[in-house]
Design a protein around this ligand. Structure first.
Ligand code: SF4
Length: 334
């Protein structure tokens, strides 16, 4: 009913007890995905309201199928499909935490892309075009109460972004092809099914052979986060500072390069005076592009910082904040 009220369009309201809820149980994920696809095709042909409770759909991610389970998919009488996302964060007076709504929209975009694949199969087998709606229904508790409320969320932007990201992913086969022969992450359990037969060092070596793209978000999403963070920090990679900072820094890839770029002006002055600065200038800008916007912004920030420290007097340069060399400045950033 909530979906009909928010996104029903001109369709007839679903009568109580007349919404079809097909059984989607089947053996294994492949069986469930096939059952879901069949139920979607049948519901689309029927022309009534159908609710698919926790369907299983697949999406090709980097050349491998990923199984996805939306909370629900509703088939409208006109044959359109809508994804329903149920969340536990509250919706107060029709609005909710934008960050949480954004995350839910990104998640729903992945489901819509997977459903578009099923819709293409329905078109191929029945000749009937199916619209997977680019608005999803977000269901949340109403004002902290134990009652549901819902709003339609436009996910066109998230769809375009996710589509682009999926197209840019390197195929799993290509990544696997670059690994040393025989690389495995298998713990090789003993016959008791519990005891691992590979040493931690051996496993760490296998994990280390795969490039990682650490970001602070990994900490809440991946069990390898501490390992990857350690590697990123050891390499001085700017990725450990967050994707936003990484994007702002343009071609500067390490904290050392960033600090060197921030010092360029001082160094250039020193170089003019015939001192040792020329080497450091080259280090911060290997391609000689010292006018890059990121380097310019860093120089300005460094000048402001120096000015603030000078204004604070001798006491202002004590502790980590007063350190000018790159190695000591790093922990302050992190
Ligand atoms: S923590 Fe996980 S997701 Fe993040 S880079 Fe490492 S392996 Fe990848």
């Amino acid at each position: 009913m909530l979906l009909y009220e928010r996104m029903g369009g001109g369709a007839e309201a679903p009568e109580p007890g007349r919404v079809a809820v097909p059984d989607l149980s089947a053996a294994g994920p492949e069986g469930r995905a096939a059952r879901t696809a069949l139920a979607l095709r049948e519901a689309t042909a029927t022309g009534g309201w159908t609710l698919l409770d926790h369907p299983l759909i697949t999406l090709d991610v980097a050349g491998s199928p990923a199984y996805l389970e939306p909370d629900a998919v509703v088939v409208h009488p006109d044959g359109g499909w809508t994804v329903v996302e149920i969340k536990s964060f509250p919706m107060i007076d029709g609005s909710a935490d934008p960050a949480k709504v954004g995350a839910a929209a990104r998640q729903a975009a992945v489901y819509v892309l997977a459903l578009q694949r099923v819709a293409a199969q329905v078109l191929a087998s029945t000749g009937r075009p199916v619209t997977v709606r680019d608005q999803v229904l977000l269901v949340c508790p109403k004002d902290f109460a134990n009652l549901p409320t819902a709003e339609a969320v436009d996910i066109r932007k998230q769809l375009a972004t996710t589509r682009r990201q999926l197209q840019r992913l390197t195929k799993v086969e290509e990544i696997a092809g670059q690994l040393p022969p025989g690389t495995t992450f298998d713990l090789r359990l003993a016959d008791d099914g519990k005891t691992v037969t590979r040493s931690a060092a051996e496993l760490a070596e296998a994990v280390g052979s795969v490039d990682a793209a650490y970001a602070p978000e990994c900490l809440s999403a991946c069990e390898l986060a501490f390992h990857c963070r350690e590697q990123a920090r050891a390499a001085g990679a700017v990725e450990s500072l967050g994707r936003g900072v990484r994007g702002e820094l343009g071609g500067l890839r390490t904290v050392g390069e960033v600090l060197a770029a921030a010092r360029t002006e001082d160094v250039a002055d020193e170089a003019t005076d015939g001192s040792e600065g020329a080497g450091a200038t080259a280090a911060c800008s290997p391609d000689g592009d010292t006018d890059a916007p990121a380097a310019e912004a860093l120089r300005r920030a460094a000048a402001l910082r120096a000015e603030a420290l000078a204004g604070a007097g001798p006491g202002g340069r004590s502790g980590t904040a007063g350190r000018a060399d790159g190695a000591e400045g790093v922990p302050a950033c992190r």
